[in-house]
Design a protein around this ligand. Structure first.
Ligand code: SAM
Length: 212
């Protein structure tokens, strides 16, 4: 279903500057319409963020493609995602052959993602918790991707990244963020690149924003 729409979307992403063929092929395979509420399905292949309930969103496909290209996960890499939301980004990482660990703080979204991963037979580990503290048990990760806007880069996530690994995270105020791409050079050394500007829902937790 929606095959033509998916192809058109991928073509649009190519035109917008996404060059990573592996990522484009993954977006061609993952059925975004299965990750949005039923009423939103006709809009699933527009390049926009969509509401998924509980004041949360599924990210814009362009943003998913850009962040995934920046993370550049290789098959077999252990990747942590903070902010499962709809589960779409996690499914794209799984499609790329990564071992995916994803954390969602909202119980309802967590339950929905758990069920969907099971139905789609995606072997993705999901946890309902505050992802700003990471997932120590499975650290270190080759890649960490945070899909909510943070005031700063959580120290625990930097610690749980393997040397040689990449951490992708939007950092800024509650309205606008820059995408930070940190490469861990040694235990306490990072090279950082920044891409402006993005608008994510807030990352709420111990090393994120405080809940109101
Ligand atoms: N990656 C998601 C997708 O593919 O649909 C989009 C994520 S949505 C923009 C951000 C998500 O982060 C929301 O579901 C929100 O509940 C979650 N979130 C916010 N703070 C969090 C935290 N500290 N730990 C885990 N999840 C968090």
């Amino acid at each position: 279903m929606y095959e033509q729409e998916r192809q058109d979307l991928v073509e649009k992403l190519r035109q917008k500057g996404i060059r990573d063929e592996r990522v484009l092929q993954a977006l061609l395979k993952v059925e975004r319409h299965l990750f949005v509420p039923e009423v939103m399905r006709p809009n699933a292949y527009n390049d926009v963020a969509l509401p998924i309930g509980y004041n949360q969103t599924i990210s814009q496909p362009y943003t998913v493609a850009l962040m995934t290209s920046a993370l550049n996960p290789k098959p077999g890499d252990k990747v942590l995602e903070v902010g499962t939301g709809s589960g779409y980004q996690a499914a794209v990482l799984f499609q790329l052959g990564a071992k995916v660990y994803t954390i969602e703080r909202n119980t309802k979204l967590y339950n929905r993602a758990l069920k969907l991963f099971d139905e789609l037979q995606l072997r993705i580990a999901v946890r309902c918790a505050d992802g700003t503290i990471g997932w120590e048990e499975f650290a270190p990760f080759n890649g960490i991707i945070v899909t909510a806007g943070s005031p700063e880069v959580p120290v625990r996530l930097k610690k749980q990244l393997a040397v040689g690994g990449t951490l992708v995270i939007p950092v800024g105020d509650k309205k606008t963020q820059v995408m930070k791409i940190l490469k861990k050079i040694s235990e306490d050394e990072f090279e950082t690149e920044e891409i402006p500007y993005f608008a994510f829902v807030p990352l709420i937790g111990l090393e994120g924003w405080k809940e109101k």
